[in-house]
Each structure stands twice: as C-alpha cells, then as structure tokens.
Design a protein around this ligand. Structure first.
Ligand code: B9F
Length: 128
C-alpha cells in the first residue's frame, strides 16, 4: 500500500507553496512555507516551518502538525491535519490552521486569532 510522507513540495487551495526537506525517523520535520496571500502591504517572504508527523514509515495516513514562523510579520500560524491517499492514489493533506497576530494590549486579545481550512496537493514535477 502507498504510504503518505510529508516530504516534498505541496500547493494548497490558495496557491501557497511549501517544501518539506528534512524528515527524521521519529517524524520531526522542517521546511519552508511561501504564502500566496498576506492581507498586508509588507512584501511576502519565504518563512520557516517546523513540525511533527506520526510514524512516517509505518502509517498510510498519518496525522501531523507544524508551525510557520512568518519572517515578514510578528505573527505565527499553526497547522494540524492528516495526509489521506484518495481512490486514484493521490495524496491530499486536509488541514486546519490558527493564525495568531500580535496584539498590543490584553484588551485586543479577542481579535488576534484567525481560524481556517486548507487542502494541499503534492506538486509533481512533469518528469516523474
Ligand atoms: O498575512 C499574515 C499576517 C499576519 C499579520 C499581518 C500579516 C501572514 C501570512 C498568513 C498566511 C495565511 C494563509 N496562507 C495560507 O497558505 S496562514 C493560513 C492561510 N493559509 C492578515 C493581517 C492580520 C492577520 C492576517 Fe496578518
């Protein structure tokens, strides 16, 4: 059976890209996130991500989580989700995320967290 590992390049429904380069045998991983959207005037930059997935060599459809540390703003996004293998053998990451913005004072805390859903598909190179 085909097993899903997060290693490689992915694109989501917003057009954002991420590349997961390093996967340890314990499931720890690291990569780079390039968001297609930002809702600010600041220039978007590639940002590092750090995460963890369950048993990359054993599970067909592992759960995972990762944090993106935005280098162009003082905010953080955490994603959690699961990798599924669909009928055609294509991998899809179904995730939810929380985006935490910087609040200047405690009274502004209530509006500092956004929530959403993203699906990622593997970016396949035409050669393969
Ligand atoms: O635009 C975000 C940001 C945070 C504070 C000022 C700007 C950083 C990039 C977030 C990208 C999100 C989406 N991209 C993606 O692939 S992470 C979840 C989505 N999935 C805008 C103004 C205040 C908060 C957000 Fe900000």
């Amino acid at each position: 059976v085909k097993k899903c590992s997060l290693t490689g390049r992915w694109v989501n429904d917003l057009g954002s890209n991420m590349t997961i380069m390093t996967m340890k045998s314990n499931g720890d991983f690291a990569g780079i996130y390039y968001t297609a959207v930002s809702a600010t005037t600041k220039k978007i930059e590639r940002s590092p991500l750090l995460g963890s997935q369950h048993q990359p060599y054993l599970l067909k459809q592992p759960t995972f989580g990762f944090t993106v540390h935005w280098t162009f703003s003082d905010s953080i996004t955490v994603f959690t989700g699961q990798c599924f293998v669909d009928e055609d053998g294509k991998e899809v990451l179904k995730t939810m995320w929380l985006l935490r913005s910087h609040a200047d004072k405690p009274i502004d805390d209530w509006k500092a967290t956004l929530v959403g859903y993203n699906e990622f598909k593997r970016l396949e190179s035409p050669m393969e």
